[in-house]
Design a protein around this ligand. Sequence first.
Ligand SMILES: C=C1C[C@]23C[C@H]1CC[C@H]2[C@]1(C)CCC[C@@](C)(C(=O)O)[C@H]1[C@@H]3C(=O)O
Ligand SMILES: O=C(O)CCC(=O)C(=O)O
Ligand SMILES: [Fe+2]
Length: 376
Amino acid sequence: MVVVSTTSSPPMDKELALILYQQSNLPPLSVLQYQTNIPPQFIWPDHEKPCLNPPELAIPSVDMGNFLAGGSLAVSKACEVIDKACRRNGFFQVVNHGVDAKLVAKAHEYMDLFFGMELAEKQRAQRKLGEHCGYWSSFTGRFTSKLPWKETLSLRYVDDKRFSNGVEEYFLNVLGEDFRPFGKVYQEYCEAMNALALQIMELLGVSLGVGRLFFRDFYEGNDSIMRLSYYPPCQRPDLALGTGPHCDPTSFTILHQDQVGGLQVLVDEKWYSIAPNPHAFVVNIGDTFMALTNGVYKSCLHQAVVNNRSARKSLAFFLCPNMEKVVTPPTSLVSDKNPRLYPDFTWANLLEFTQKVQRAEMKTLEAFSSWLQHKN
Ligand SMILES: C=C1C[C@]23C[C@H]1CC[C@H]2[C@]1(C)CCC[C@@](C)(C(=O)O)[C@H]1[C@@H]3C(=O)O
Ligand SMILES: O=C(O)CCC(=O)C(=O)O
Ligand SMILES: [Fe+2]
């Protein structure tokens, strides 16, 4: 069933509307954003309906400036904050991170340009079924219910000299020479995120007592995902969700959200919002790192809500291990008292699970573990 209210929509090319209707039964969000009658595919069940005005989370801040300056007292202070946050819910933010504010601003600017393009142009980078990179929007996706109110562009970033210009080349190969400036900005942004991610890994190694280089080395050659998310306004933010409740299946995420706000996290069964801070990156532990620490550091349920006033953007760098690396916790984190919680796996296994078997939601790690054990 399609619910199309024609009252407040801007005009749309009739031929395009027809093609889209035939393909998916859903008009694109550029049309739906004006409608109060939203298609049922976007309406989330009652127990997952968005919480619109939750209290703000007092998110712990880690000053990377002190760490970068190299003082050992500063490192142990930062690690104390990280350890406490990661044992509890896996969310903290980093400030004085050394990433150029102009680069972050450019990355947002180019998102406006990309998502503002004609649909057919964006679809030249269409993400294929079962793959995790490319342009994606709900009406072209693999799901039919609990659709997220967003469009995304996901890019693969590999920390390997052999793919040193991989992001830039993606734009050139898929979208053409005119997109070189996009490629350059996101190449540079991914490199900055990778450098920051490896620094945070050093802090995580110290805070878990496994040594400063343990995780840093593990994530060398990482095969990560850079995702640009664009959330158009929605006339029924009480019914729809930009990104539904989930734990990131990845290792950790470094997120920059714009000033609009919409990121929420579930702590002790209650939703809290994470206020935008243009100078900070929000970091959250994902399921892969939770497994790598044998459950000591937690991944935590979060979501992104939408609003009826303005579009929202976020830039997420999902750090992932190299596809071949076996995710197995260091021996110091396993004992009779703390037996293994998850089987050994590779990121290739978990990625396959989220792309071909079950969408990442709540309890993905448990579902994945039993799928893997039955598969082998
Ligand atoms: C490997 C991934 C799958 C998702 C993108 C990255 C990391 C986060 C995952 C995701 C965002 C979790 C919520 C559901 C999802 C389908 C989405 O809303 O986009 C997930 C991504 C995905 O499967 O594409
Ligand atoms: O856009 C956001 O603020 C968060 C999105 C998110 O959690 C994700 O893409 O995994
Ligand atoms: Fe997430």
